[in-house]
Design a protein around this ligand. Sequence first.
Ligand code: SF4
Length: 325
Amino acid sequence: MHPFSYTRVSDTREALNAGRRGGRYLAGGTTLVDLMRETVERPETLVDITALPLSEITVTERGGLRIGALVTMSEAAAHAKVRTLYPVVSEALELSASAQLRVATIGGNIMQRTRCTYFRDVTADCNKREPGSGCAALHGVNRTHAILGTSDACVATHPSDAAVALAALEARVHLLGPDGARHIPFADFLLRPGSTPQREQALHQGELITAVEIPALPRPLRSGYLKVRDRQSYEFALTSAAVALHIRGGVIREAKVAAGGVGTVPWKLPTVEQHLLGERPSEALWSAAAAKAADGARPLQHNRFKVELLKRTVERQLRVVGGTE
Ligand code: SF4
């Protein structure tokens, strides 16, 4: 591990000053400290923000939920409002990691970095870690890599399960920076690799995530998360599906669907959603909608199986949430 300085801040102004000077924010440290041990990350200064007042879950005026950035994954998953209003978020958090790792924060969870093994091996070529060095995964072992949103520079998946549920529900990320507060749609927060895979979030220098806000959605809302992986515990998704449906009078009035384990960012599925709207739940509908889930996929040598697996994962979860299974 490379030497670094450590400072603990007690208010947001102090944090932003430290962030503006190039300090890296430290909350649960689950990803950052891990990567520092492997010398993938080499920050000069860590700014411990755990004393900031960002640990509340509140119902918004419009009936949505605002989850503070320092709320832990365990706290969010167990919170009564999260469980009752958005089971898809609660389930995604519970399936994310072992109980020990769910001390990680919501802010840290959506900021976590890829599990690409070449990224974590400092002897391998990796454009994300070392821009311009190449991508060892393109012609290496790429079974777990992305099939959607990839570029010639990087094909790594985003590893967060919670981010898939938040993307499906069209959450907003609240940020605070030297120039004030702003909030941006989740879909704009995480960036596809393009030619700059080292840039992963639409954050300005020194900006701090303060909360994630899930919008109010029409009720009743059924939702749930399905994760397919090589083993049942402590494993990342090969494919996953977050689904939320508002069904009234036997007709689907609102559909929110996103996939994980397949994209360089959590992969929203608007064509699947459009196919569901205004229709009555049926086996044929789930199958026809899910058939569109992998549109635009560019599989690699070892991950062609994900195309079919993604469609089946989405179909299965539509069936479960839609109430025909
Ligand atoms: Fe690096 Fe991305 Fe290639 Fe993995 S897929 S080696 S993270 S550039």
